[in-house]
Design a protein around this ligand. Structure first.
Ligand SMILES: *[C@@H]1O[C@H](CO)[C@@H](O)[C@H](O)[C@H]1NC(C)=O
Length: 416
């Protein structure tokens, strides 16, 4: 056993609705030894009573003696600053994990700036002031890469829409903070137990409905590679931890020398003077950046085939004419498409024995889920530089089974 005082103490901001619960369970497992001496989790949600889905594992993590939860409004500078004050008698925090950011794709630019850029910048500035040894920022896959091949960290990938523009801008703002021991972990599409967020979860849920209806599931998009690289939540957690352990003894200057990448400007120049803390368009900003995806090289087709075959049905493509129509009228088609499966999911919930009084899962696909996304991030660098080993290299039936078993056990998934 390691001496508790030699273990780092950790502050985890945001992400309760995405991957923070998986990270917390990784740092302080329900059964097993904690990796940290102390973990404080801070987010806008309440956990007693919960104002977001928590899953059945996380409340047990919260009961561990090492763990503390604080509900705070992270848009308020003083609330961010005081979150860094350690509990009485404890040393200052060693590592910060920044999982903050607005994940709803349809939020306006004003909201994105306020809740993604500003929040991360406040936390980053305070972390630099307090000289934390590691500040790991989680970057979600709000990019559009090309159809061909996988993209390494040197490639200039285009942010996707408003959400992508401001999540990407956040990286520049953090990179610009002097002496911040920053590492950026840029992931693929996450999936895993107790994860209601994301398009893979949506694919699993909707596939189950088509399996239940005994009908093939159809995609709007024509056959093609359409890479949508995936990553298991335990690897997101493991990757975040490994990045922190990697930079802590190095510091930012050395980390930049080894793994620094230019974070290019991808915004309108006029915004620079409007948004507080936004670096100039010609400033060359460098920060250590690592991609994290599994080895499946997932595509729309492979994910669709894996999820539908799990539920005993097939994945098909619409014919060309329907496909052309979809491109023009996606927003209008959303309701039509959902009509096919939302009712059947409700039926599955209703017929379940034992009953499902409450589930975070939905078969409703919004226009983001229905849009074509192409994101292929090469994972070689984190393996080579950090030495990261994937715990779940492949998205397959076994991991889907594990996800479903856990949802069934907590009463989130219909038992028919
Ligand atoms: C958080 O603080 C901001 C700034 O004071 C305020 O506008 C917002 O309403 C607060 N949010 C909540 C949920 O209280």
């Amino acid at each position: 056993m390691t001496d508790a005082s030699s273990k780092p103490s950790v502050l985890l901001f945001g992400g309760l609705n995405t991957y923070a619960r998986a990270l917390a369970a990784f740092l302080v497992p329900v059964d097993g030894e904690a990796l940290v001496s102390h973990l404080r989790i801070v987010d806008k949600f309440s956990v007693h009573p919960p104002t977001t889905y928590l899953g059945s594992e996380f409340p047990k993590v919260l009961e561990k003696p090492e763990v503390e939860y604080q509900q705070r409004n992270l848009t308020v500078p003083s609330a961010v600053a005081s979150a860094f004050d350690p509990p009485e008698g404890q040393a200052p925090y060693d590592y910060v994990f920044d999982l903050t950011g607005e994940v709803r794709y349809d939020r306006t630019e004003v909201i994105q700036i306020k809740t993604t850029c500003t929040v991360a910048r406040l936390i980053g500035l305070e972390a630099a002031k307090r000289k934390v040894k590691a500040y790991v920022r989680l970057q979600l896959p709000f990019y559009e890469t090309h159809n061909k091949g996988a993209h390494d960290e040197k490639e200039n990938c285009k942010p996707f829409s408003t959400i992508g523009t401001w999540w990407h801008e956040t990286l520049r703002m953090l990179a610009a903070i002097p002496d911040l021991n920053l590492v950026i972990l840029r992931i693929g599409f996450g999936y895993g137990p107790y994860t209601d967020f994301g398009s893979v979860t949506s694919a699993i849920t909707v596939s189950s409905v088509y399996g239940y209806m005994k009908k093939p599931m159809r995609t709007l998009w024509s056959p093609g590679k359409n890479p949508t690289y995936t990553v298991h939540v335990e690897d997101i957690a493991g990757g975040l931890w490994s990045c922190a352990e990697w930079i802590a003894p190095l510091g930012r200057t050395k980390a930049d020398e080894t793994a620094g990448e230019v974070i290019p400007f991808h915004n309108e120049k006029s915004k620079v003077s409007e948004v507080e803390g936004m670096p100039g368009s010609d400033e060359k900003l460098v920060a250590p950046l690592f991609n994290l995806t599994d080895d499946s090289k997932s595509t729309l087709l492979s994910v669709g085939e894996t999820t539908t075959s799990f539920f005993g049905t097939t994945f098909e493509f619409f014919n060309f004419l329907q496909n052309a129509a979809a491109k023009w009228k996606l927003e209008e088609m959303v309701e039509d498409i959902n009509e096919h499966h939302v009712g059947a999911w409700t039926e599955m919930i209703t017929k379940s024995d034992p009953p499902i009084p409450n589930t975070p899962l939905t078969a409703y696909m919004d226009s983001y889920a229905l849009q074509k996304h192409v994101v292929a991030f090469d994972n070689s660098k984190i393996k080579e530089v950090v030495g990261y080993k994937l715990r779940h290299p492949e998205f397959n039936h076994d991991v889907i089974q594990d996800i479903i078993d856990k949802w069934k056990a907590e009463g989130s998934w219909p038992n028919l």
